[in-house]
Design a protein around this ligand. Structure first.
Ligand code: HEM
Length: 475
């Protein structure tokens, strides 16, 4: 007979609700430390009790072995649906399976590789602007630079040439929509979208702007009998099942929106945290610069160069370990279950946190340390598959993992080959888990142009890491 999982009692009546809201990642980490790999958090509100499953075996159980009984938590999927419609990220069952099959060719390795040049060109444009900022000694906001860069890459991968014409309107609309979505995620209760609050109006207008452009581009493509670009949109529009049926125009729109929102904030978060870590670890930066300089010299990278830069990949993996852009996901079992001998009731909220698993001391020696070498030369071989899962796992694993990894590697290679990025001393850099693991305040830095000398790296600057608020709780 399965036992009840242990867990913190929290405050009288409120239980753990306030702790979750104030700093959920620390609450989860402490829960694991004090109570083990399956923790039951009590609290006030319909989401409680909430279970944390922290160990790799439990993660495998939920995401892979018993994924059929662990669909996504409806409360979270509803938030996504408000943003992207019935896209891959928030659909379930046969509908999800069909959409996933239809979307898969868009992420074929060959097509993804062809986006390498888009990633390089977009980064080159940003670095041109950084040249000007460096000359004027201006401070750059790394968070917003990475967000603009990642959106530019995704926009062009999705819409090829059409993106440039509409980029300004789209950028603005995505920015507004995602800001509102963050607010909705942070609130347990929010007014339905049709209630004309100023925030809802802004959200609806932003979505309408995006829809206008996306539907127009789709219809133009349908009408144009000439040669079409080889982008993600085209792949979605051409995809068919064995019976010859494909996606409706609305489904194509939903997946475009899903990729746009799921595929740029994640990469931007990963890049920002990687630059943050590099700026705090000059010894790592120096080693990375040596590798990049030796392979690239003064030229731009290509996708083929990545195989010759193994340390770059180690840096990216290690950075995704410490700061996984999707730090928290949740599932809700459709039947009673048992994990590691503990009872997990049907309908409960089961939290899986890559942030917590990736810092689990039984699976990661020196868990809080930034040590890219732990990935070198087969050292990762004996590790549990689910001790590192920034892209999730099982059938719902991220469809854009190769895209995201490739982009992070190319962008970081280009940045370190050209600039030394130094954080403004003393600024607090605090994680903010929402749709992705962002920062509570923008990360500000100064730039120094490199003249390809890896040993000329300044000392690290002091920055204080800490607290992270709950992504889903009540304000
Ligand atoms: C560093 C970059 C990225 C990270 C860390 C990341 C992480 C994740 C994670 C953890 C999930 C699973 C969420 C869950 O199960 O609740 C996911 C799903 C997904 N991701 Fe990513 N992602 C990244 C980049 C991308 C990119 C570039 C795209 C598209 C261009 C993308 C599209 C998607 C989609 C469509 C899903 C839903 C898949 C499904 O349920 O079938 N992601 N991602």
């Amino acid at each position: 007979m399965a036992r009840q999982a242990p867990g913190p009692r929290g405050e009288p009546i409120l239980g753990n609700a306030r702790r979750f809201q104030k700093d959920i990642l620390t609450a989860l980490q402490e829960g694991r430390r004090e109570h083990g790999d399956v923790v039951r958090f009590v609290g006030i509100g319909p989401l409680f009790p909430v279970f944390l499953v922290a160990g790799p075996e439990g993660i495998k159980h939920v995401l892979q072995d018993k994924h059929q009984i662990y669909p996504k938590t409806p409360f979270v999927s509803d938030r996504w649906r408000a943003l992207v419609g019935d896209g891959l990220i928030c659909s379930e069952g046969d509908f999800w399976r069909r959409q996933r099959r239809l979307a898969q060719p868009a992420f074929h390795r060959q097509l993804i590789t062809s986006f390498g040049q888009v990633m390089v060109d977009t980064t080159e444009e940003m670095l041109g602007e950084w040249d000007r900022s460096e000359r004027s000694g201006a401070t750059v906001d790394i968070t917003s630079e990475m967000t603009r860069l990642a959106l530019g890459v995704l926009g062009q991968a999705l819409f090829a040439a059409n993106w440039r014409a509409d980029a300004k309107v789209m950028e603005h609309a995505v920015h507004v929509a995602i800001g509102e979505a963050y607010r909705k995620f942070e609130k347990f209760v929010s007014l339905p979208e049709w209630v004309p609050t100023p925030a809802n109006r802004k959200f609806r207008e932003a979505k309408a702007d995006l829809d206008k452009i996306i539907y127009r581009v789709i219809r133009d493509r349908q009408a144009d009998k000439g040669e079409h670009p080889n982008d993600l949109l085209e792949s979605l529009m051409l995809a068919t099942e064995d019976d010859g049926t494909g996606m409706t125009v609305e489904q194509v729109r939903n997946e475009v929106m899903t990729f746009m929102f799921g595929g740029h904030e994640t990469v931007a978060s990963g890049l920002t945290w990687a630059l943050f870590l590099l700026s705090r670890h000059p010894e790592v930066t120096r080693k990375l610069m040596s590798e990049v300089d030796a392979v690239l010299g003064d030229r731009q990278p290509t996708v083929d160069d990545l195989a010759a830069m193994p340390y770059l990949e180690c840096v990216v993996r290690e950075s995704l370990r410490l700061y996984p852009p999707v730090s928290l996901i949740s599932r809700t079992p459709t039947e009673d279950d048992e994990i590691a001998g503990y009872h997990v009731p049907k309908g409960s909220m089961v939290l899986l946190s890559a942030f917590v698993t990736h810092r689990h001391p039984e699976h990661w020696p020196n868990p809080e340390g930034f040590d890219p070498d732990r990935w070198a030369d087969g050292k990762a071989d004996g590790r549990h598959r689910y001790s590192w899962w920034p892209f999730s796992g099982g059938p719902r694993k991220c469809i854009g993992d190769a895209f995201g990894l490739m982009e992070m590697q190319l962008v970081i290679a280009m940045i370190v080959s050209r600039f030394q990025v130094s954080l403004i001393p003393g600024q607090p850099v605090l994680p903010r888990p929402g749709l992705t693991l962002g920062q509570q305040e923008p990360v500000l830095a100064t730039l120094t142009k490199r003249s390809v000398r890896a040993d000329a790296v300044p000392a690290p600057v002091p920055v204080e890491p800490v607290a992270a608020r709950c992504p889903v709780m009540h304000d």
